[in-house]
Ligand binder design. Structure first.
Ligand SMILES: Cc1ncc(COP(=O)(O)O)c(C=O)c1O
Length: 500
């Protein structure tokens, strides 16, 4: 196999094609006792293969071992600590999966008549009620399929709101600590983005905001706590300033795991919030899905919500499509129902006090790690954090030439997923750490020990870190190519990529 993004494969296990032996089978069917139809009588000749498909011929146990081994090559939250900042990789209770697989839910079809899926509609309606309560707002759409999709829905609502008032505006303000999807969303919705800097406590710089606000500002997108893991205590003042300028406030709720039951975006003064059900309300995610990014909004924005909207009259549920000022339908059918179901099950099983406890523990765990590591790694914003915090590898980089990337790779050898690195962009050599509430003190202590050991190696023998990781199935990848052009098929020795 040749490729510019070939990587050193450590495992010596043969791939399933190398195990193949002619005639070996997992299943043997009984001999045919009816006349055999010639293949070209069943399938048009021009659609028939001219050569065998080249499938491996293996026994059942070979197949089982192959797929089980493959499943273990990847790091997952079910196999190890996963403190990937901003991503809330918490443990997902398996009861949610069981419920999502119940045949009454899993086997329904989106084209079924509404009267035959009343239970599913009730779940959607009830989930919407919970999200309203958690956010402190009054109207919900479950349609967006991810956080970024929720953002797009929200910003289109902001546009519809201003246009309905004959008040075209062109700017969306976004803090320099924002997640990249925020400016991307605003630009996709046709807005110019204006960056507002952070102050020395990591919050929005109020003076800079005042200087930017004018009657061309459609709104401000904010995460609170933000991607530095700090809660902006000036939020009500910020909300007042934006509203006085005629703008609206969008709450990026991807970090809501930090605040459930403690503070509500509606009370902070926000007009729109999206939740990442797949983070805050426990659905396995990563690598692009599955997700769900419902939005919850104030009365003023309700007329523009995407359709369909679940409604209930006298105990009967239906989808409302006839919403004259709606921004329209954003996704096929009704959203990612499976993820909604898991969020519903999670919220029901946790209860209000359980959700509050989850946020408290998420914040406690983050502060525990931050305080244990802040003498070893530089902590640019040294204040009580929320559910995550950002360290900098700048001491190690400057003194020993060891980068944050080297540190992240070294963590893999400890069986732990690295934190989010090089984000947020405003922190040099950033390491964004989010332990979540579901980790024990012992696991947190192991992480602290690993991070301190790595810092020690950086001092004593930095070259060793340039070689990391040593114990993973693959070593250092060309990450750009691996993400954008992943090589996920095996080719025999003599083949080249061009033959693919
Ligand atoms: C702060 C923040 N906002 C928005 C998003 C976008 O969410 P999604 O990945 O579901 O599109 C993320 C995802 O990582 C995030 O961390």
């Amino acid at each position: 196999m040749t490729s510019e993004h070939q990587c050193e494969v450590i495992t010596n296990e043969p791939v399933i094609f190398e195990l193949s032996a002619p005639g070996r089978r997992a299943v043997r069917l009984p001999t045919l006792d009816v006349p055999e139809e010639p293949l070209d009588a069943l399938i048009p000749e021009d659609m028939l293969r001219t050569e065998p498909a080249g499938l491996p011929e293996v026994s059942e146990i070979d197949v089982i071992r192959h797929f089980t081994r493959l499943s273990q090559f990847n790091h997952g939250v079910d196999t190890g600590f996963y403190p990937l900042g901003s991503c809330t990789m918490k443990y997902n209770p398996k009861v949610n999966e069981d419920i999502a697989r119940m045949p009454g839910f899993a086997s329904i079809h989106p084209y079924q008549p509404e009267q035959t899926v009343q239970g599913a509609l009730e779940v959607m309606d009830q989930l919407g009620e919970y999200l309203k309560e958690i956010s402190g707002m009054n109207h919900v759409s479950l349609q967006p399929a991810a956080g970024a999709h929720g953002e797009l829905a929200g910003i289109l609502l902001i546009r519809a709101y201003h246009e309905a008032r004959g008040n075209e505006r062109h700017k969306i303000i976004i803090p320099d600590s924002a997640h990249g999807t925020n400016p991307a969303t605003a630009a996709m919705a046709g807005y110019n983005t204006v960056e507002v800097p952070s102050d020395d406590r990591g919050g929005v710089d109020i003076e800079a905001l005042a200087a930017i606000l004018d009657d061309d500002v459609a709104g401000l997108m904010l995460t609170n706590p933000n991607t530095l893991g700090v809660f902006d205590e000036n939020i009500t003042q910020i909300a007042r300033m934006v509203h006085e300028a005629g703008g609206l406030l969008y709450y990026d709720g991807a970090n809501a795991n930090a605040i459930m039951g403690y503070s509500r975006p509606g009370d902070m003064g926000f007009d729109i919030v999206h939740f990442n059900l797949h983070k805050t309300f426990a659905t396995p995610h990563g690598g692009g899905g599955p997700g769900s990014g419902p939005i919850v909004v104030t009365d003023e924005l309700a007329p523009y919500l995407p359709v369909p909207i679940v409604t209930q009259t006298d105990g009967t549920y239906r989808f409302e499509w006839d919403v004259p000022e709606s921004i329209g339908q954003l996704r096929s059918f009704y959203g990612n129902f499976g993820v909604m179901l898991k969020a519903y099950a999670y919220i029901r099983s946790m209860g209000a006090s359980g959700l509050k406890a989850a946020s408290a523990d998420a914040v406690l765990n983050a502060n525990y790690l931050m305080n244990a590591l802040k003498d070893t790694y530089y902590l640019p914003f040294d204040r009580t954090c929320m559910h995550e915090f950002v360290l900098s590898g700048s001491w190690q980089k400057k003194e020993h030439g060891v980068s944050t990337l080297d540190i992240a790779k070294a963590l893999l050898d400890y069986g732990m997923h690295p934190p989010t690195i090089y984000f947020p962009l405003i922190v040099d050599e950033a390491q964004m750490i989010e332990p979540t509430e579901t980790e024990s003190r012992e696991t947190l202590d192991q992480f602290i020990k690993a991070m301190k050991e790595i810092a020690e190696i950086a001092r004593e023998n930095p070259d060793a870190l340039f070689e990391a990781p040593r114990r993973t199935p693959v070593r250092r990848l060309d990450e750009g190519s691996a993400a954008r052009r992943p090589l996920i098929c095996w080719l025999p020795e003599e083949a080249t990529l061009q033959d693919e």
